[in-house]
Design a protein around this ligand. Sequence first.
Ligand SMILES: [Zn+2]
Length: 474
Amino acid sequence: MNVLQGLQPAAVFTAFEELSRIPHGSGNTAGAADYVAAFAARHGLRSVQDEWHNVIVYKPGSPGREAEPPVILQAHLDMVCAKQPDVTFDFTRDALRLQTDGEWVWAQGTTLGGDDGAGVAIILAVLARQDLSHPPIEAVFTSDEETGMYGAAGLDFSLLRGKRMINLDSEEEGIFTVGCAGGVRCTVTLPMAAEACTAPAYTVAVRDLQGGHSGAEIHRNRQNANRLLAQTVAALGEGVRLASFAGGKLDNAIPREASCVVCTHLPAETLAAAARQAQQTARAGEDTAACVTVTPAPTPAAAWTAADTARLLTFITTAPAGVQAMCADLPNVVETSLNMGVVACDAAGVQVHFALRSSVESAKAALLERVLQTARACGGQGTTAGAYPAWEYRAHSPLRDTLVNAYTAQYGKAPQVIVIHAGLECGLFCQKCPGLDAVSIGPALEHIHTPAERMNVASVGRSYEFVCRCLAAL
Ligand SMILES: [Zn+2]
């Protein structure tokens, strides 16, 4: 049954619904890539698929425009898999349960994958359309953007000739992104020694913090659950040993929850007072619903030594955190930041995962060095992965000018043109294709990366229309 039947433009929503039936979480995009390749074949278009499950589809220019320089249209195939806790859903097998009220489209109990299925579907509809004036199109569908842009990183850029690119991975209609921060992930491992323990044990937990995206919301100075928890325990002073410590789910999400088990002969009231103090501090800021609790726990067989407990707490509380610098020439844009997203522990020790971002490569490198130095000072060591370059703002951008003019003609007002602190694949494309002129746009999506994600139907229609007008105007 076609849930989205009747929604306009039909070609876009049909493609979106077909894609929604194919599981396409990050790391699992082979099916989606095959779908795109089959879609291309169905429309008589040549496509190339690589081992990363990236797909490039080539569409010749419309009659009379065959010899013009090509334009790249780009979106990512993978989606974030998140579901409501009470929902049974297998992201490796199940079709998304699409719902619509005619105004919005969402998926029952799960992420929708509007990020970036909306972009994919708009491009597919453009590829299928016959009555459009356009230069040659190189449509690039990348894999695994959400987990580290691994598809774009592996893409063979010699397959592309385009020097202009419209990326469809933004989620606010009327906002054009023309630059973004670069980033790198860093994991610090602290080896931890355990010994027998007989002291009373407590679980100290932080929950109900605001959290948020580590790029888009890092400047709000929201509490980081891992850090707040470590500060709470550190405030107890000596005489406390940790038996475990864990918090956060993704390195690029500001952690909302963290908990640890402490073993101590301190009076329970001392722990409760520290928790109250931490909760008060958090609630005085943006985290008005913050809860910090202490509850008795069974005494574990072993806990980390006092020395290792101190090293761990020192690392978590003193490693650089949050916003490090603001852009000098752009108002209210963060230049350099980092997020201690995840702390996890196993028998061998504790792993602390960071996401670092900066629009200045040297500032990113310097910050990374500070994290690694703090790690070494605390007896740990770090590794890095998933580095992606900044996408630098271009003062001269004919593509941006064309898009701004097309937008103004269609909407009767100018778009907002911005540079963001979050990462986009445009950075990688610009690094690999020197001189590439790129703009990122997209239809209105809300609550992306959460089960409340939804996509605005009318906005998808206008955005599709806008892409078509831009192709005609290029
Ligand atoms: Zn996306």
